[in-house]
Design a binder for this molecule. Structure first.
Ligand code: TZP
Ligand code: MG
Length: 213
């Protein structure tokens, strides 16, 4: 499987990437220290995702940073993306694994104990855990779980994990103290006028925090 580092996980949101294009935001975030990128666009459909995804794959080639597609397995396959991220209401991780094969990265969102217990470690490469805080970026999100909830679900799921939901630089120490392997952010980078500087600040904090553990 493509190796991956969840430390600073950029989730692209076209509504928030306004000052820069998706590609510009991505390359700036990678220059700043983003370690993995997810293409998450709920509005453009499979054809639109394929178009943007191909541009992203070209731009990111040689960066060593994997591109994960949210929800849409057909787009992920057409793009030749490094992986797929699914939620509890999407196709199952098992179906995704059957279609993608062993080499691709599969991420699964978990938001409560019940679903955390069902994570199959032979199928799921990492879990996205949250939302830690309520966030306007995902209006239909499940109840916020806080850092105690994060620590609890990580212990149950026993997979590499990335925390998501309302996270910023200030939360880095609490995310790693809870046992997560990284932070996933949308607005903290996509919504920032200088995405490279925003990513760099968070990445620097992450490196300092990880070396203190
Ligand atoms: N899943 C749970 S919260 C969330 C997603 C996709 C959005 C997080 O966005 P932000 O702007 O980092 O709070
Ligand atoms: Mg989904």
């Amino acid at each position: 499987m493509t190796s991956f580092d969840l430390s600073l996980y950029l989730v692209l949101d076209p509504d928030l990437c306004r000052t820069h294009s998706m590609v510009e935001t991505t390359m700036a975030a990678i220059a700043g220290g983003a370690t993995i990128v997810q293409l998450r666009d709920k509005k453009v459909g499979t054809e639109g995702l394929i178009r943007i995804g191909r541009e992203l794959m070209d731009a990111m080639a040689g960066s060593g940073v994997p591109l994960i597609v949210n929800d849409d397995i057909d787009a992920a396959i057409a793009i030749g993306a490094d992986g797929l991220h699914v939620g509890q209401d999407d196709i199952s991780a098992q179906t995704a694994r059957e279609r993608l094969g062993r080499d691709k990265i599969i991420g699964l969102s978990i938001e409560n104990e019940e679903v955390a217990r069902k994570v199959d470690p032979s199928i799921v490469d990492y879990v996205g855990v949250g939302p830690i805080f309520a966030t306007a970026t995902k209006p239909d999100h499940k109840p916020a779980i806080g850092f105690d909830g994060l620590a609890h679900l990580i212990k149950i799921a026993k997979r590499p994990s990335v925390a998501i939901g309302g996270l910023k630089q200030d939360h880095v120490d609490r995310v790693f103290a809870a046992g997560a392997n990284g932070l996933a952010v949308v607005s903290a980078i996509c919504g920032h006028p200088d995405p490279e500087a925003a990513a760099h600040k968070i990445a620097t904090e992450i490196m300092a925090t990880k070396s203190a553990f």
